[in-house]
Design a protein around this ligand. Sequence first.
Ligand SMILES: Cc1cc2nc3c(=O)[nH]c(=O)nc-3n(C[C@H](O)[C@H](O)[C@H](O)COP(=O)(O)O)c2cc1C
Length: 368
Amino acid sequence: MTHDPLFQPLQLGALKLPNRVLMPPMTRSRAAQPGDVPTALMAEYYAQRASAGLIVSEGTWIAPLGKGYARTPGIHTQAQIDGWRLVTEAVHAAGGRIFAQLWHVGRLSHSSLLGGQAPVSSSAVQAEGVNVFIDNADGTPGFVQASKPRALDEAEIAEIVEQYRQAARNAMAAGFDGVELHAANGYLVNQFLDSGANDRTDRYGGSLENRLRFLDEVTRALVDGTGDAQRVGVRLAPLTTLNGCVDDDPVTTYTAAAKRLGEIGIGYLHIAEADWDDAPDMPLDFKQQLRAVFPGVMVYAGKYTGERARRALEEGWADLIGFGRPFVANPDLPARLRIDAPLAEHERATLFGGDARGLTDYPALATA
Ligand SMILES: Cc1cc2nc3c(=O)[nH]c(=O)nc-3n(C[C@H](O)[C@H](O)[C@H](O)COP(=O)(O)O)c2cc1C
């Protein structure tokens, strides 16, 4: 292909991305214990994938109450910051760029992961039928129903906004090129945005303006914490119903969210169209509407193939395309997409937890 839209460079603030292939955030649950610290093995995994135009790290929680799954990394202790520095240095040495995905799970946690405390959320509404991953007492992994949360009061909300600000500072101190706010997939920010998860009657609930307030405050804190709005991205999931988060008018809610984020001036907006098999069809006019209200870089992820990605870029509603599961088993995914080479399939059993197997042992094409 003489003019391949996937291999055109893209300017994202001060960063020049060599191609339009993004590695989206993927939790792999291999942080060192105790302390949930990123490791040299994780650094090797990310560095193997440095040919992506941009990597977004797996979700990394901003404070102890933001943790929802065993063995996921944090970014609030010095040991965690030092661990992440291994990752960013390895990615940069391999010629790549990496943002940290900042995560607070809110109600999607279990009291055993929180020192016996209840998880927190916009409201005391349990995510029924939703499981989280814990360490059983005997050290084996287990899935359990997320605990019933309690509603945050306004002073606690202000504290969490400060935790995000500090997490952004920590990410920059660890050498990340920027941060992505995880406001998708039913986690804390999403628990404020979606009408079905937010029954507050104060400034943070009820009207659309009020449901947008937490997103607005956190995003501004990240801009302040990184010192550069172009180093902030936000991930939203308008239509998926993952983790029990549903809005009764998602087109209106998420168009307003995109418009607000555009006014704040962030670098990119990342739309998660799918999570596993939950992949509702996102109408083209909705995508065009988001493009119209958001002036920055638009990223889409969810079941993309090279062909679909090229079409999205050519149609003009996307600037960067995330390939999640394909990046698990194809560390050199951009090189494969360039020549339409066959893609390796990932092994499901080694996605979450474990060692190097299923993490760093997928070969590049030349040796596959
Ligand atoms: C193993 C795994 C872990 C994931 N962890 C996260 C995460 O930490 N944060 C997030 O926003 N999305 C996460 N996702 C969703 C992906 O970023 C992506 O949106 C999803 O896999 C759909 O893209 P795909 O069809 O190209 O895989 C995860 C997906 C997988 C497969």
